[in-house]
Design a protein around this ligand. Structure first.
Ligand code: KG4
Ligand code: ZN
Length: 342
C-alpha cells in the first residue's frame, strides 16, 4: 500500500488555563491554531484557580475544536489522529481535554495519541524550523517546569538538569505579584524591565550548590522579597523597573550559563529554547548571543508557540504517530507525568 503523504493531526491542549486546538500537517505545517485564554478570569484571583479553569475548559473545548477544524478547512473525516496532552498539568483541566479527545476518537474511530506537555513545548521548535532534527539541546522554561534536556531523537529525551523548587515562570509570577504587577507576571516583568537597570540590584543566581545543571529559584524569590521589605522598613522608594530588570537578569544569567555549559560538555551543534518563559525578550537575546559566540545554531519558537498552544501537541503527536504509538480508550490524565515516561 502506498504511504499517505499528508498526515493531519488534531491537537488538543488543556493542561492549565488555555483551551487550545490545532490542525497540523506532518508535524510541521500549522493549518489552524486556536487558543482560548482564561487569563482575564484568573487575573481577578492573582493566579490560576484550578476549579474555575476546569469549568471554563468544559464550556469552551467543543467550540475551540470546531473552530480549529473550520479554520483549517477540514472535517473530522480528514483527521488521521488526535493528539492530546495527558500530563503533566492540573488534573481537572487535563481531564477535560483527555475526555474530549477520547470521545471524538471513539465516535469517529480515529487513532488517539496521548502527548507529554513538555514534549509538546520542545516540538514547537519543529514548526517554524523545517530543517531542525534531533539531536539538539533544549532548555524548557515554563510556569510549571525548568528542564535542561538532551533531545536524542524524536520522543527520546535525557534530562540533564531541572529545578529543585520553583519553576522559572513561577518565580516571574511570584516576583511580579510582590512588586504589584499582577498576573501573569512574566510578560509584565519583561515589559517593565525595558525601562529598568539590570545591574541596579545584585540578586543571587538561581543555582544549586554542587550541581552543574540543576536550578533553584526560591532563594532568588526570597532575596527579592527581603529587598522589598528592607526598602519598606527604611522608608526607601522602590524602583519597580530596576527590581524587575535586576531579577530578570539574575534568572536569564543562570539559564544561559547552565545551557552553555551543557553545549560545551555535550558538543551540541544546535540549541533550542521552549515554554512560556522562552518568549522573554532578554532570554531570547542572551541565548542568541551566547549561541552565536559559540558558532552553534539557535532555535526559538515565535512567542505564540512558546506559551501553551495545541499546534505543539499536534507536532509532537505526529512523531509518535509515525512510530506507531497509539493510546487506547483507557488513556487517563497524569498530573505529574515524567518526561520520557508513557
Ligand atoms: O508554557 P506556559 O504557557 O505554561 C506552562 O506550561 O506553565 O508558561 C507560562 C509561564 C508563566 O509563568 C508566564 O509568566 C511565563 O510563562 N511567561 C513569561 C513571558 N511570557 C510568559 N516569562 C517571562 N517573560 C515572558 N515574556
Ligand atoms: Zn506549558
Amino acid at each position: 500500500m502506498e504511504e499517505k503523504r499528508e498526515i493531519k493531526i488534531l491537537g488538543i491542549e488543556s493542561s492549565c488555563d488555555e483551551t487550545a486546538a490545532a490542525v497540523v500537517v506532518n508535524g510541521r505545517e500549522v493549518l489552524s491554531n486556536i487558543i482560548s485564554s482564561q487569563i482575564d478570569i484568573h487575573t481577578l484571583y492573582g493566579g490560576v484557580v484550578p476549579e474555575i479553569a476546569s469549568r471554563k475548559h468544559i464550556e469552551r473545548v467543543s467550540q475551540v475544536v470546531e473552530r480549529a477544524l473550520q479554520t483549517a478547512q477540514v472535517t473530522l473525516d480528514d483527521i488521521d489522529a488526535i493528539g492530546v496532552t495527558y500530563g503533566p498539568g492540573l488534573i481537572g483541566p487535563l481531564l477535560v481535554g483527555v475526555s474530549a479527545a477520547k470521545a471524538i476518537a471513539w465516535a469517529k474511530d480515529i487513532p488517539l495519541i496521548g502527548v507529554h506537555h513538555i514534549e509538546g513545548h520542545i516540538s514547537a521548535n519543529y514548526i517554524e524550523n523545517k530543517e531542525l532534527e534531533p539531536p539538539f539541546g533544549c532548555l524548557v522554561v515554563s510556569g510549571g517546569h525548568t528542564h535542561l534536556v538532551l533531545v536524542k531523537d524524536y520522543g527520546e529525551y535525557e534530562i540533564l538538569g531541572k529545578t529543585c523548587d520553583d519553576a522559572a515562570g513561577e518565580a516571574f509570577d511570584k516576583v511580579a505579584r510582590a512588586i504589584g504587577l499582577g498576573y501573569p507576571g512574566g510578560p509584565k516583568i519583561d515589559k517593565v524591565s525595558k525601562e529598568g537597570n539590570p545591574i541596579a540590584i545584585e540578586f543571587p543566581q538561581g543555582k544549586v550548590r554542587g550541581s552543574e545543571y540543576d536550578f533553584s529559584f526560591s532563594g532568588l524569590k526570597s532575596a527579592v522579597l527581603n529587598y522589598l521589605n528592607a526598602c519598606h522598613m527604611k522608608g526607601e522608594e522602590i524602583s519597580v523597573p530596576d527590581v524587575a530588570a535586576s531579577f530578570q537578569k539574575s534568572v536569564v544569567d543562570v539559564l544561559v550559563s547552565h545551557s552553555m555549559r551543557a553545549v560545551s560538555e555535550y558538543h551540541f551543534k544546535k540549541f533550542a529554547i521552549a515554554g512560556g518563559v522562552a518568549s522573554n525578550s532578554a532570554l531570547r537575546a542572551a541565548m542568541e548571543e551566547a549561541c552565536r559566540k559559540r558558532g552553534i545554531r539557535f532555535y526559538r519558537p515565535s512567542p505564540i508557540l512558546c506559551t501553551d498552544n495545541a499546534a505543539m501537541i499536534g507536532a509532537a503527536a505526529y512523531y509518535d504517530y509515525r512510530k506507531g504509538i497509539r493510546s487506547d480508550n483507557s488513556l487517563n490524565a497524569i498530573p505529574n507525568l515524567k518526561l520520557g515516561e508513557r
